[in-house]
Design a protein around this ligand. Structure first.
Ligand SMILES: NC(=O)c1ccc[n+]([C@@H]2O[C@H](COP(=O)([O-])OP(=O)(O)OC[C@H]3O[C@@H](n4cnc5c(N)ncnc54)[C@H](OP(=O)(O)O)[C@@H]3O)[C@@H](O)[C@H]2O)c1
Length: 226
């Protein structure tokens, strides 16, 4: 695989994400038996992509569900080999954003590697970690490339704040269907006004047998004048 090249911003890191979706746009079904959505080839693709990042960022729900796998995966040979090839230090920082750093989250982050994730909580008097606070934290660490793992709730906030730069979307050749509150799409919790819909430019398309990975870069979206 050819290394990914990312643009740089003068004042903040470049933020990118990757998602796997069914043909009908579902990135998770909240029932047993539907995960994983993608194939081993997709796993290799997104593991390589994540290996480019100085830090990985999850919001609470994604961490509660997947932190164990994420921590395991970044210690595995595949990821470690990619990091070495890319000339990166062995491990990225793993940052979890939450307003509720409770026992459930701490249990999800426990691991046998002695690996210590960072939990980022809101400033006093605020209910959320603002995108600005996240960026200030990432800047304080000097990070250039940051992988936003998700989930959809966090992606929505970063798109709204115009700081998510790039999306790698794998389409899995399957259709889940939907019932109320049983599935999620890649962005949840916000419906963008028609004149503020984030727009993207197709950068590349990669075929992985029956899956396809679309690499999209955001293009400037006009802000509604208030
Ligand atoms: N298919 C894929 O590629 C893919 C990729 C990523 C995730 N997912 C799936 O997405 C699902 C989770 O998505 P989700 O939208 O429910 O949740 P999420 O975005 O992972 O987490 C949302 C929660 O995180 C906390 N949070 C988010 N933003 C925050 C902020 N700015 N400040 C403080 N806390 C904040 C809030 O909980 P508190 O206030 O309680 O802390 C919020 O309810 C998981 O099932 C995961 O498997 C799928």
């Amino acid at each position: 695989m050819q290394p990914f090249v990312f643009p740089t911003h003068p004042d903040r890191p470049y933020l990118f994400t990757s998602f796997i979706s069914s043909i009908d746009g579902k990135i998770i079904v909240k029932e047993k038996g539907y995960w994983p959505i993608g194939t081993e080839k997709d796993k290799e693709y997104f593991t390589y992509l994540r290996a480019h990042a100085d830090a990985l960022v999850d919001a609470r729900n994604t961490a509660v569900r997947f932190a164990k796998y994420i921590i395991k995966r970044i210690h595995e040979d595949m990821y470690q080999g990619f990091r070495k090839d890319l000339g990166k230090p062995p491990l990225p920082e793993y940052i979890v954003i939450t307003s509720r750093p409770d026992e459930e989250l701490h249990n999800a982050l426990k691991n046998d590697h002695g690996f210590k994730p960072t939990i980022l909580t809101p400033n006093e008097g605020e209910s959320r970690v603002t995108p600005q606070k996240l960026i200030e934290y990432l800047n304080s660490k000097g990070y250039k490339n940051v992988f936003i793992d998700g989930g959809p709730n966090l992606i929505a906030q970063l798109l709204e704040a115009r700081v998510l730069d790039e999306i790698h979307l794998t389409i899995a050749p399957k259709i889940f269907g939907s019932l109320p509150d049983k599935t999620l799409t890649m962005v949840e919790g916000i419906l963008f006004p028609p004149d503020e819909v984030p727009q993207f430019k197709l950068e590349s398309v990669e075929k992985l047998e029956d899956e396809v990975v679309l690499r999209y870069k955001v293009i400037a979206t006009p802000r509604r004048s208030s």
